[in-house]
Design a protein around this ligand. Structure first.
Ligand code: ADP
Length: 412
């Protein structure tokens, strides 16, 4: 609610009260009461109208996200809403006559108050009080006047824009990360191409090796751009989601087949065990991306000569849980949440040398949420990691309460 809207609410309340008041006077006149009776009735009505007014005022202001405080010109607090109590952790039972400085204990706010008393209004003051644990507040203050135009008090409105600041800083970090990630392969490509141009008589073997490197870095660039586009589509909610009933074991076996060559290169055995009659409701392309990313990571980071196992089981009445385990180095506990952030890597050098973009798990998280599920990891350092994700099961055909013995299993 803007300052203008707050004044509009106050003006409207005043109008309603004066209307009620007029109606009461008309009623008293019509009923021909004695003067004492009239006075008592007016008093009674005054008390109840005032209570009603305060109740409505509190209800309106307490429903606002902004913190609102009204102070007399002396600095004495007349009113504060719920948001301001929460923001500054002010208890319910503050003593009557408390001042602005005593209530908020912030000199910056008191200075704004004093400036406002002098100038009539102070707009857009940014506050980042250390006492409020990195909260970012925007303060607007205006002098309010009585009916005769005499200054009566100061209205302070606090807008908490911490979330906006966080988003802004995440966006800045993202742009910096993207620039860095793009610049690295680009400068490698540029370097190799320049060397080839400067040495026209370069022998065939060196030339082939240079061109191979150019190809490797341009593949990395292409992958990065593809991942960035995927993230941007998922974040803006523009990804096409075509929910269909899918037989889970077929989707998993296809991805395991696609990754067989990379698994063989590291001498890793990939196996899966999925009930044959387990169906899920998902988008085939998005499910493939989750599986590709997680199984590929397990192969990439798993122990050379080790094992990767994919399993699926029922999780409650309407969910299926898929797990992908490896016996690789594991993930330190302080990083198990952070690995789902864009560009976060436990081991930067290893990720880059494997051609990783640092975006795979962030894509997985977005897709899992888009499909109505979630993803998480359990890991023990030195022992391995298990990634889990949930999908909506398709109740129509899925009657597997536990992994049955007729599960489709394979060792790739
Ligand atoms: P990347 O392209 O670097 O693989 P991801 O988003 O897929 O990016 O993964 C983020 C980071 O999480 C990786 O750099 C790696 O440090 C860690 N990670 C992911 N999967 C595994 C795993 N199975 N075992 C150990 N670490 C993993």
């Amino acid at each position: 609610m803007s300052g203008f809207q707050i004044f509009a609410v106050a003006a409207l309340t005043a109008l309603v009260v004066s209307g009620l008041w007029g109606a009461l006077i008309v009623r008293i006149r019509r009923e021909g009461k004695s003067s004492q009776e009239k006075a008592a009735m007016l008093r009674e009505q005054l008390v109840s109208t005032r209570a009603d007014m305060e109740h409505h005022r509190d209800a309106v202001f307490d429903a606002m996200a902004e913190g609102v405080m009204l102070c007399e010109l002396s600095g004495k607090v007349v009113f504060m809403n719920r948001a301001i109590r929460q923001l500054f952790r002010i208890p319910e039972n503050v003593p009557d006559g408390i001042t602005l400085l005593e209530a908020l204990r912030l000199h910056e706010v008191h200075e704004v108050f004093e400036r406002t008393v002098k100038n009539g209004r102070t707009m857009g003051v940014e506050l980042n009080p250390s006492a409020l644990e990195s909260k970012h507040l925007m303060l607007n203050a205006v002098v309010v006047h009585d009916a005769s135009g005499k200054p009566e008090g100061v209205l302070l409105i606090f807008h908490d824009f911490t979330r906006l600041k966080e988003l802004e800083s995440a966006r800045r970090d993202f742009v910096a990360n993207v620039s860095h990630e793009l610049r690295t392969p680009l400068s490698m490509i540029k370097g190799f191409v320049e060397t080839v141009i400067d040495h026209p008589s370069m022998d065939q073997e060196t030339l082939t090796s240079f061109l191979g490197k150019v190809q490797k870095h341009s593949d990395r660039l292409a992958l990065l751009i593809e991942d960035l586009l995927t993230i941007s589509k998922l974040e803006s909610g523009q990804a096409t989601v075509n929910l269909r009933e899918l037989r889970l074991c077929l989707e998993i076996s296809r991805v395991v087949g696609d990754l067989q060559r990379s698994a063989e290169k590291r001498n890793i055995e990939v196996s899966y065990s999925v009930p044959k009659d387990m169906f899920v409701k998902a988008d085939a392309d998005l499910l493939e991306q989750i599986l590709l990313n997680l199984i590929d990571n397990a192969v990439k980071y798993g122990k050379s000569g080790g094992k990767v196992e994919v399993r699926a089981m029922r999780n409650g009445a309407d969910q299926v849980c898929v797990s992908i385990s490896d016996d690789g180095p594991g993930i330190p506990s302080e990083a198990t949440d952070r690995i789902f952030e864009r560009f976060f890597r436990v081991d930067k050098a290893r990720s880059r040398s494997q051609g990783g973009t640092g975006l795979g798990l962030s894509i997985v998280k977005h897709i899992a949420q888009t499909l109505g599920g979630r993803v998480w990891v359990e890991s023990e350092l030195g022992k391995g990691s298990t990634f889990f994700f949930t999908l909506k099961s398709s109740a129509a055909k899925d009657n597997s309460s536990h992994p049955p013995t007729d599960a489709l299993s394979s060792a790739a």
